[in-house]
Every structure is written in C-alpha cells, then in structure tokens.
Design a protein. Sequence first.
Length: 358
Amino acid sequence: MAELSLQHLDKIYDNNVQAVYDFNMDVKDGELIVLVGPSGCGKSTTLRMVAGLEDISRGHLFLNGRDITQTPAKDRDMAMVFQNYALYAHMTIYENMAFSLTLRKEDKNVIHKKVMAAAEILDLTAQLNKKPAQLSGGQRQRVAMGRSIVRNPSVFLFDEPLSNLDAKLRGATRREILLLHKRLGATMLYVTHDQTEALTLADRIVCMSMGHVQQIGTPMELYDKPANTFVAGFIGLPPMNFYHVRCADGMLKGEGYEVPLTEEEKALLAAYRNREIILGVRPEDMTEGGTIPVAVTNNENLGMNTLVHGYIAGIHGMGIVAKIRGWKDYHAGDGVKVAFARKHFFDPETTDAIRGEE
C-alpha cells in the first residue's frame, strides 16, 4: 500500500527563481498519476522533489501518513526510471537488474528469483546475458523498469521514460507500462510532455504551466471540461481553435461570421451579453454543411479523417483547423462551410472556462 500526499510544495532555487508554486495533490494507493506540460513547467522538478533528488523549499511530503520531507532519497522506498535508461554498459542485463539488491547484500537466491520474475513480466528472459549495447532502445527501457520492479518499491517514478524512443517503440512501450501498472497495482507518478501518453496512461492528469498546477482530473475531464484556455489548448491533438467573439442577439459574432447559440448556451452566457468572450472549438467537433465559411489552404488526409486547414471568412480571416470525417480532396482556394457541433467558452480576462452550476 502506498498513498502520497503533496502539501503546498514550493521549489525555489538559490538564485530566487521559483520553479514550482503551491503544489497540492493526494495520490491514492495504486493510482497512476501523469504530470504533463511543456518543457520548463515544473513537472520534472516536482517529481524530483518527491524522489528526494531536489530539496523541498516549502511544504510537506507524506508517504502513508509519514512525513518524509527531509528523508534522504535512499530511504524513501521509491524507484525512479529515467529518460536515459542509466544502465551500466559493462554489466549484463541480469547484473543491471540485480544491482540494487546486490548492494543491499540480499541473499543470492532471493535476488535470482526477483530478477527472473521481473524479466518474465517484461519479456526479457532471453536477453539476460547480453550487454545494454546489444539491446534496442525499447528493450533497454524495459531493463530500467525491471531494475525498479525487483526493488518492490512503494512508489514508481517515471521521468519522461519514452522520450528517446521512436514513435512505434513509444506506442509499444507505453502499452507495456500500462500493463505493468495493472499487473503490479503499484502507485506510479509519471512525467511527460506528450499529451498522448497522458491521456492513454493516466488515472488522473496534472496539467502544469510555468510552475503552477492548471488542472487535476481524469483524462476525460481535462479533454471535455478544460479549466482554462491553457489546458484546452494543450490537451487534444490538433489543438483547440480559439476565437474572440461578441455575444449579441443570441449569437456569437466574429469578423465576417456568426455562430448561433442554443437556449442552454444563451442562459450560460447571460452575464456576457454584449461582451466579448473566447470561443473554443476542437477540430473534431466540426462538421461539414454549416454556415461558417472557410477558405481552404491545404488538406492533411489521415485515412478515416481529413484535417482541413484554412481561414474563417476568407484568406485574411481567423485561422481554423477542422477534422472532417472521411477522405476529402479540397484544394487551396476552395470554399467550404462548417458547423460547430460542440463549443467551449472562456472569460477573456481570466481565461477560465465559463461554466454553469454543476
């Protein structure tokens, strides 16, 4: 059993640069939490504070109710998987996986059982006598995970473990991590800048920007009900389209186009009547055959869907990316009309989502 509680964590470096601000989260036993955000947002720093590799400037960290804020990294009962594998090149795969247990001077029979069990889980049994240089990137990352498994830690920490792999290997290794989590039922914290990893792996996602937590929730919550324009634009591929529009006469009015509102949307935006808001529309929430004119610049055919790039209301209008179902053969200069099947609304000053009572 491993429950973590991060309470008001700050990280301030010696030059007074603050990397993490007031990070709060309770992690349940067996939960897989993914910290996601752009480079420099503070996600890896937060993970390193949990691991004990960075000092906590302010706040407290609890493991199963015990304050471990000042506990050295080696005594925290956590195992970290790094981006660069951190394997010993002169050791065999078996020796790499057994290394931490050998340092503890555990019984050789116990070490052998643990290494063989981990190797079987990760399909590495046939590779145990090889050196890291003889393995593919994906296999080396599995060795790094195996080295953590044999320790049987309370918490697994992953710091961008798939960044060095090509797209195909990333997908395969991502599935292996998910299966590993289900098999071990372990508590895991996973850092990535890749939103696909976040959406497919996480029980809950922590979306960060510039050291601040923007939203914590399930993948569906962050995708379907983003807290602000940052989360809305970061989660989802292609990113959400944003437009500054004016609420008037039951419509959203932009430059050269109008978007009708439903009765429910009119009630939601009642306080913004005759005011500007930010309208957000995901590319996949657009359909052909509406009233919004788009001047096409180019297509990206993806098989079942086509990404249509262009501008609303002519070539000098607002940029748009629409994900239209089916294979489309639009060309530069073509005109097409689309409808917004699903809309998101944000306050232009705070950038927070405009929502009714839930």
